[in-house]
Design a protein. Sequence first.
Length: 334
Amino acid sequence: MTLVVLPCLLLLWCWLKYGLLPLRWQNSYLAGPDAPLQRACRAAARGRWEPAAQLFGAAGQDWERRSLYAQRLGDVAARGSDRWLKEWTKARPEDPDAALVVARARISYAWELRGAAYADWTSQSQFDSFHRELLASQEDIGRVVALHPGDPTPLVAELWTARGLGYSHAEMDALWTQITDLAPHHFEAHTSALQYWTAKWRGSHQLAREFAEKSAAGAPPGSLLAVLPVIAWYESHKDELGPVGYCPPDIRALVDAALTDVALADPDHPRLADVRHLLGYFLYLQGRYRAAREQFRHVDGFTEALPWRYSRLAPLHYRAVRTKTGRRALTERR
């Protein structure tokens, strides 16, 4: 009887506190719906590489989409079996798409080995494995560059290596110049570079803010890069402010600028979902519940994005915020 009663009491508590019922399954590997990518990831998890190869073929020189596909498929290989990836490279040894996923998989695997804990809580053994894999990824990246000249995607992947290995500022600037010469307004490139410049990695609050503001100011409307100052502010303040800290006029102005950028973006932009998650969260904390609900409506069921990826219970965190947003939107004054 106890085995039945305890789960029931837990579910009742969740419902009373968060309104979490029914507990819809959340996809923790993607930020939003992308049917071709979801099919390719499922096929890879089952040992088939052909759908992934077709995915890259369809992407062509859409660098944003190519970067997203490489990242997510690399995660599949790093977190599960990579037999499908080995078979792909065996069948097509000179395929730059397969080589790209190999590089991203090694980088993802390195970060899996490190873990998500702060440096003080990460063992020397974890750091050694982390650095070993990242050093090896440099050779993988070089191979992709040789196989596919002009493709910024492997260089975007290297930004994760740069952060983990601690490239000097001069080395980072050189890498950044290579990337922006090929893709000056690449979304993942900018968000990854912004992480490098944060205080928790290789920069400072000021350097992160300056990078974000400069990048956003020089970006065309609809590029989604107007969200960079929002991300920079969040990275600098997320651990020290309660909800009221998100409400000053200057922070609302940052969110409004990003909302305008979202409205002008291509609805099929592969990184639009990432931006909607963060804006939905800010709008919720600012008490703009109807606007937040509109952002969450597009991404419901997916949690691989800021701010949820910083949560130990990302699906529950997302679900709680989204549920409260929906409730409060019903009574929000117009």
